[in-house]
Design a protein around this ligand. Structure first.
Ligand code: XMP
Length: 520
């Protein structure tokens, strides 16, 4: 076996997790307190593997999860996350019925078939469409035209959606129905993408395929761009995360719901999770700010008894005892993080919480013993943080880094010429009033007397989550390349840590230059 070049001189400086965190055991450390040392490598960043197994029936192709927050993950984000190989956790600040529909949307998503395309009506003006494109920041300008009943009547091509035609009615600008090539949804067969691919090859110059039913109602749209993207994806390194039936995977969060007497409402919890599972849910997350509690433990136990095979995520905790407790109750993956999040005020309001890396290390000791996995939840602001988190955990959960993406709920707001999306903590007063109060141990209708543990904020709009994930993944690949880690298990085993000072942190970021473009 080839020897790995190393030197004993390095050892006291660049320490393994056990040595490093034990030596720093009375100081809580977080991402910016440390840096990772480079190691001998034969691994090129592009050859690294990041699939991660969070439970027996839960494998992700990238170790990234979007947070169960009402300004981050609904079906659109969950679809995008799964398409990129990760996982979205649907939030629970919505009626249970709506959460069920959200799960169905993810599970029924046919990649490439836009089931509910943006449509326009023949009576609108081209100017109305231009206004809508501007307001919603659409990156496309061709729209199907339907009548009041949803019947296809035409196609508004992008080349007439111009200010010079603003006063024209769509009815006169559109291609009429008779000139549009469509396909009946029955003809799509088992592989709609292959069928659409054939259609686009046969029909030179057509970029959009409209899908109709027997009554000529519009029921979908497939674009050439998407088809080409998907065809390329079949050979790509990061494949969508799918279940055994080739559907995208989907997670949903629930709370430890209580009844009018203050007792855990086991019946309601079981009924709802049963409905979620019937819709194809792959993992349930019992999501609260304080997971080391009887209420969360009992909820996990009830679910484990009723659904022996269902992967369960539970949290949040920051101690080994908390991990032991939830693992013994039946959780498979434990969320670690109290107070690191970008919109969080728990440490300020309640005075509790542990800096994230120390919390992860302590929890990872218990997790290894109990054979459960841990998820680093909160505090990620750059790809380097993800690499550091993954040296001690199996995946990261992110809210803030995704909150400005097109796929999050809510509209883009414009302030002084810049574009933003709203992002709020689930412990903020606004979110608690919308339903998340139980997550923070408060009653259904929080009043002024309740101290919020999160803020309401804005994040700069940043385009598609695909781009954000590409940056994160690129960073993880670089980090793994520097450590000579071919996969995440090797990353955890090989990581060597050293503390940095404030001066070291300053040195780590761009300095003494006028920055033109941020590179991270
Ligand atoms: P980031 O840093 O990615 O964190 O924005 C997302 C995580 O923050 C947690 N969360 C909160 N924590 N008060 C808190 O103390 C809150 O109001 C709050 N809302 C969300 C949650 O774990 C999420 O995944």
């Amino acid at each position: 076996m080839a020897t790995v070049p190393n030197s004993s001189f390095d050892e006291p400086f660049f320490q393994s997790a056990d040595k490093f965190f034990t030596a720093n055991c009375n100081t809580g450390l977080t991402f910016d307190d440390i840096t990772l040392a480079t190691l001998y490598s034969e691994i090129l960043p592009r050859d690294t593997q990041f699939d991660t197994v969070l439970a027996e029936n839960l494998r992700l192709n990238i170790p990234v999860i979007s947070s169960d927050m009402d300004t981050v993950t609904e079906s659109r984000m969950a679809i995008a996350m799964a398409l990129n190989g990760g996982l979205g956790l649907l939030h629970y600040n919505m009626p249970e019925k709506q959460q069920l529909s959200e799960v169905s949307r993810v599970k029924n998503h046919v990649h490439g078939l836009i089931q509910d395309p943006i449509k326009v009506s023949p009576d609108q003006l081209v100017g109305d469409v231009l206004g809508m494109i501007e307001q919603k920041k659409f990156g496309f300008s061709t729209f199907p035209v339907v009548d009041g009943k949803g019947k296809l009547v035409g196609l508004l091509p992008g080349h007439v959606v111009k200010p010079r035609y603003a006063q024209r009615k769509i009815a006169e600008a559109m291609q009429p129905r008779a000139q549009i090539q469509t396909i009946n949804k029955k003809e799509l067969g088992k592989d709609p993408i292959a069928r659409a691919d054939k259609f686009f090859t046969e029909n030179l110059g057509i970029h959009k395929l409209l899908v109709v039913d027997d009554e000529d109602n519009l029921c979908g749209l497939i674009t050439l761009n998407d088809v080409e993207h998907i065809t390329a994806e079949r050979t790509a390194q990061f494949k969508p995360a799918r279940d055994a039936h080739f559907r995208l995977i989907c997670g949903a969060a629930i709370s430890a719901t209580r009844n009018a007497f203050g007792d855990l409402d086991k019946k309601r919890i079981l009924e709802h999770v049963n409905n979620l599972v019937e819709r194809g849910l792959d993992v349930v997350a019992v999501s609260t700010a304080h997971g080391f509690t009887k209420g969360v433990g009992d909820t996990v136990k009830v679910l484990r008894d009723a659904f022996p095979e269902l992967p369960i995520i539970a949290g949040n905790v920051t101690s080994a005892a908390g991990v032991d407790f939830l693992a013994d109750c039946g959780a498979n993956a434990i969320k670690v993080g109290q107070g690191p999040a970008s919109i969080c005020t728990t440490r300020i309001v309640a005075g509790i919480g542990i800096p994230q890396l120390t919390a992860l290390y302590v929890c990872s000791l218990a997790a290894a013993k109990k054979k459960v996995t841990i998820l680093s939840d909160g505090g990620i602001t750059k790809s380097g943080d993800v690499v550091k988190a993954l040296t001690l955990s199996h995946a990261v959960i992110c809210g803030g880094i995704f909150a400005g993406c097109d796929e999050t709920p809510g509209d883009i707001v414009e302030i002084s010429g810049s574009h933003y999306k709203k992002y709020r903590g689930m412990g903020s007063m606004g979110a608690m009033k919308a339903g998340s109060a139980a997550r923070y141990g408060h009653g259904k209708n929080p009043t002024q007397k309740v101290a919020p543990e999160g803020i309401e904020a804005l994040k700069e709009a940043c385009g598609s989550v695909d781009l954000v994930l590409a940056q994160l993944i690129g960073g993880i690949q670089s980090g793994m390349g520097y450590l000579g880690a071919a996969n995440l298990e090797q990353l955890r085993a090989k990581a060597r840590y050293i503390r940095v000072t404030a001066a070291g942190m300053r040195e780590a970021a761009p300095h003494d230059v006028v920055e033109l473009k941020t590179g991270y």
